[in-house]
Design a binder for this molecule. Structure first.
Ligand SMILES: N[C@@H](CCC(=O)N[C@@H](CS)C(=O)NCC(=O)O)C(=O)O
Length: 80
């Protein structure tokens, strides 16, 4: 399951969560308010910025909400 790092009250994160819900994509959502999560995010991505997506199944990791939303649509919407 893809991992999504988020921050409470983050509109960019909410946009990604809404896209995932609309697509029916289940995410392992990790909030930087929880212990150790910020450190985990920085260790993987290199900086504290949310949202951040890791999709290990497709060997993909990215910041930027618009990129993540596009990725979710490209990856999880059946191609016509
Ligand atoms: N262009 C980025 C902006 C992301 C952004 O500004 N996220 C804020 C939270 S809403 C952030 O990471 N702030 C740093 C912090 O809270 O430490 C995107 O669209 O994902």
């Amino acid at each position: 399951m893809p991992i999504l790092y988020v921050k409470s009250g983050c509109a960019f994160c909410a946009k990604v969560l809404q896209a995932a819900e609309e697509l029916g994509v289940s995410l392992d959502v990790r909030n930087v308010a929880d212990p150790g999560i910020t450190e985990e995010l920085i260790a993987h991505g290199g900086k504290r910025q949310m949202p951040y997506l890791i999709d290990e199944e497709h060997n993909v990791a990215m910041y930027e909400s618009d990129d993540i939303v596009s990725y979710l649509h490209e990856t999880f919407t059946p191609k016509q």
